[in-house]
Ligand binder design. Structure first.
Ligand code: GLC
Ligand code: GLC
Length: 812
């Protein structure tokens, strides 16, 4: 059935165009690429922060609010008593025209009412700690318009967690300063903070407000602030309570006339001895300088052009032309864009992640690297060092760290036994992309302790050893608190609803809980580690690890195979999980994905059987579910996984993150038709076409979870944007389906395609080379017959790297 559509892709401009503000859920975008970030919805809701959404929140936002998505940067236009906003909210005055264009790190929202058009371009200029809001007002009517324009931002008192709870203090600490057209927020600057924020407009103002209750009215809403409704600013000065920033501007527009206003939300840090210019008066020098860089239309347009060029360059690194717009737009634009966003934010701040829950995940960030490393390798390099610095000497590691401090997060601690392996995954991807082996010699501390530094290579070694040193009775890896599946908590045993499943280990002494997911992950990453050791001449270490790999493969074949698929785990008591013998959850996706990627038992038909079982038991119209059948009751021995109702999250939801694992397994097995059909099911552009209403969340990016076949509403998406799905979709399509795989000495070409695939071309910038690769599949799903590089035949499937421009022809 055709579903209502709320927007469409504009590939030419690399935008998603939303044409109805009442989307089934706020459809958001991200602004900023480093340091200063904003979230912005299609109605201009959202907030800004500096580096860390928890510790350095600049503007306030209320999650899970009524109405939805209230709070953001709002422009109110009072046109002779009719009050409206260009983004429809918060007034929700019906507009004559509405459009929101989400682009690469910018959003443009346009509204039209009674002959006035208001168009706002939101972006964070490169290397600047500020959000620009360029508002263009145009009088499209035949009469002179006298408009009263009010801007609005609400300050957060910096720490987003305490901002939401410690009211006995918060209501007395708020402080602002007002200087001409700039409103400064300086709460806590008098004591230990050396930063403040400001909100500026590049024109003279006729009034302002900085106290929320005075502006809005205590019992009013953002939809009808008293000052705006009456068309009269109060010139209020906040002392405590809730400081805000609102400019008031009287605008006269002749018929046909258009005027720009540049609003700037900025963030400033001052050195300890330069904090004040006079007692109690903040030093505004840096703010003045920042404002001066962005105070005219010309300067702002130039900054915007630079941002667009930055994205041109990033998206020119890998470009495919298959002639299928649904595939090309995801590969060339949106998947890569989402990879940058997940690299920047890990799982911290979205409309489902409140920005105070978690920082950067050890495993998450390593996986995110794989989608990002080709874009800005130098940032990927730094990230690897930061992550490795939160490891412990025995190879274990903090599960998360805070981006502001880069220190491991004690609230969650460690003990997730898959974590260490991911460091190999991320590092190998970096070296293959760049050829930069020197990263292995970087001196990196343990737990950020000065004096504890060893080489990064040593970190990789202890990571592998951590698995080997923590094997259970079947010689399979002990699971610890959990493996990739945070919710499979086999040593938790909790009856207390106030205990966290992730941090509670009520029993673990004598545990027999082992993970087949880690077993497969270990084989895949340890094989990479062996190859790396050989590459750098550490042959003994390579041999040592090869033995461990062989032993793990043996253990999986002996104790990890259930007849038609791989087992998932052994529980605390050594009983099978994910077996035909179980009542529920007889089969799980994670071990099928990792053990088929590891090709364990391929020669005995295990891989093919496992992949067939995924199709038979896990696949449905919207993708593959995590387990089947779903758990219908809480199982004390299994933990959080069985806490979810059927079809959601880790209990038989379509956890998109892990679908690509099976797809890669399919690709390695050469089953291109199956790989493609799994892939297209969760590819946003295909979902966009069919299911905008059902799917609910943004149709231009992947979400973490789509409700599975056992759910009340199969196909409904949740938790969009910040998910490992982004990097895995990218890795899968770029390297395994389209088959362009960076390797130490060049690019390996080995596509796996549906038999319907036609010829296609990939432009790939790789180190200092530029390759134009044309593939002729000839109806084959897999198998490269011949490759020529600049007209000369190449032996094997790796085109050797050399700088310069090259043409490659591939026949399958
Ligand atoms: C979330 C977490 C990730 C975990 C996954 C499965 O995506 O960020 O670390 O692996 O859930 O539980
Ligand atoms: C589940 C969620 C993940 C979260 C974890 C801990 O794994 O999928 O997002 O991190 O639970 O709450």
């Amino acid at each position: 059935m055709e579903q209502k559509r709320y927007g469409h892709f504009d590939d030419e401009n690399r935008e998603y165009v939303i044409t109805d503000p009442k989307t089934p859920w706020p459809w958001i975008n991200y602004l900023g690429n480093e340091d200063f970030f904003s979230l912005i919805s299609n109605t201009a809701g959202g907030y800004s922060f500096y580096k860390d959404a928890k510790f350095r929140r600049i503007t306030r936002y209320r999650y899970n609010n009524v109405p939805m998505d209230n709070g953001g940067r709002y422009f109110y236009i009072n046109d002779g008593g009719t009050v409206w906003n260009p983004g429809w909210k918060p007034c929700k005055t019906p507009l004559d025209f509405y459009e929101c264009r989400h682009g690469m790190s910018y959003t443009r929202i346009t509204g039209r009412k009674n002959g006035v058009e208001a168009s706002v371009l939101f972006f964070v200029p490169l290397k600047k700690w500020a959000e620009v809001q360029k508002l263009t007002l145009t009088n499209q009517s035949k009469e002179v318009k006298q408009l009263k324009l009010f801007s609005f931002e609400e300050w957060c008192l910096w720490n987003a967690a305490t901002d939401m709870e410690n009211f006995q203090r918060n209501f007395s600490t708020g402080e602002v300063e007002i200087e001409n057209s700039t409103i400064y927020h300086k709460t806590e600057y008098r004591e230990r903070r050396n930063h403040y924020a400001f909100y500026h407009v590049n024109t003279e103002i006729q009034g302002y407000d900085t106290d929320r209750e005075t502006f809005v009215g205590l019992y009013n809403e953002f939809a009808n602030p008293e000052a705006v409704m009456e068309g009269k600013p109060r010139n209020s000065h906040a002392h405590g309570w809730s400081p805000i920033a609102s400019h008031y501007i009287e605008v006269t527009l002749q018929p046909g006339e258009s005027k720009d206003f540049i609003f700037l939300l900025g963030y400033i840090e001052n050195a300890q001895d330069e904090k004040f210019q006079a007692p109690q008066v903040i030093n505004k020098q840096k703010a003045h300088a920042l404002i001066a860089e962005l105070d005219t239309t010309e300067k702002v347009d130039k900054a915007f052009q630079e941002l667009c060029q930055y994205w041109d360059a990033l998206l020119n690194i890998y470009k495919v032309n298959t002639g299928n717009p649904k595939l090309d737009r995801m590969v060339n634009i949106w998947n890569q864009y989402q990879c940058m966003v997940t690299f920047n934010f890990s799982r911290s701040a979205s409309f489902f992640e409140s920005g105070i829950g978690r920082g950067m995940g050890f495993r998450d960030s390593n996986q995110d690297l794989v989608g990002f490393v080709h874009q800005i390798p130098s940032r990927a390099r730094q990230r690897i060092i930061d992550i490795a610095s939160t490891q412990f000497p025995d190879g274990g590691c903090y599960h998360q760290y805070q981006p502001l401090t880069k220190r491991g997060n004690n609230d969650i601690g460690g003990g997730f036994n898959d974590d260490p392996c991911w460091l190999i995954f991320g590092t190998v991807a970096y070296i293959k992309e760049t050829g930069d082996f020197s990263i292995l010699d970087e001196m990196v501390p343990f737990d950020n302790q000065p004096g504890s530094e060893v080489t990064l290579f040593e970190h990789l070694k202890v990571s592998m050893d951590h698995v080997i040193n923590n094997l259970g009775p079947h010689m399979l890896p002990l699971i610890g608190r959990a493996d990739w599946n945070d919710c499979l908590n086999l040593n938790c045993f909790s009856w207390d609803p106030n205990e966290s499943f992730q941090t509670t280990e009520n029993v673990s002494e004598g545990t027999k809980a082992e993970s087949l997911m880690i077993a497969g992950l270990f084989v895949v990453t340890a094989k990479d580690y062996v190859a790396l050791c050989q590459k750098i001449g550490k042959t003994e270490e390579a041999a040592r690890m090869q033995q461990a790999v062989d032993a793990m493969i043996d253990a999986v074949k002996k104790h990890g195979w259930d007849g038609e698929w791989y087992l998932r785990a052994y529980d605390f008591y050594g009983r099978k999980i994910g077996s035909n013998e179980c009542d529920e959850a007889k089969i799980f996706i994670e071990s099928q994905g990792w053990c088929t990627m590891a090709e364990i038992g391929a020669e005995d038909g295990m891989v093919a059987k496992s992949l067939d079982s995924c199709k038979k038991y896990l696949e449905c119209e919207h993708g593959m579910v995590l387990n089947n059948p779903a758990f219908t009751k809480y199982i004390y021995e299994y933990g959080e996984i069985s806490s979810y109702p059927e079809g959601y999250k880790e209990n038989a939801g379509i956890f998109c993150h892990n679908n690509p694992w099976v797809i890669i397994g399919e690709c390695l097995a050469g089953r291109g038709n199956d790989a493609w059909s799994h892939y297209a099911k969760i590819l946003p552009s295909y979902v966009e076409e069919k299911y905008q209403t059902l799917h609910k969340v943004e149709p231009y990016v992947n979400c973490q979870m789509v409700a599975g076949k056992d759910a009340f509403r199969p196909g409904e998406g949740k938790n969009s944007w910040l998910t490992g799905t982004a990097a895995w979709m990218w890795y899968t399509v770029s390297e395994f389906i389209l088959g362009i795989k960076p390797d130490y000495d060049g690019i390996r070409i080995d596509p796996c395609l549906p038999e319907t695939a036609g010829d296609y071309t990939v432009q790939r910038k790789f180190r200092d080379a530029q390759y134009e690769i044309t593939i002729h599949p000839n109806g084959q799903q897999k198998g490269v017959k011949q490759i020529t590089l600049d007209g000369q035949p190449v032996q094997g499937t790796v085109i050797p790297y050399s700088a310069g421009k090259h043409t490659v022809e591939v026949t399958m």
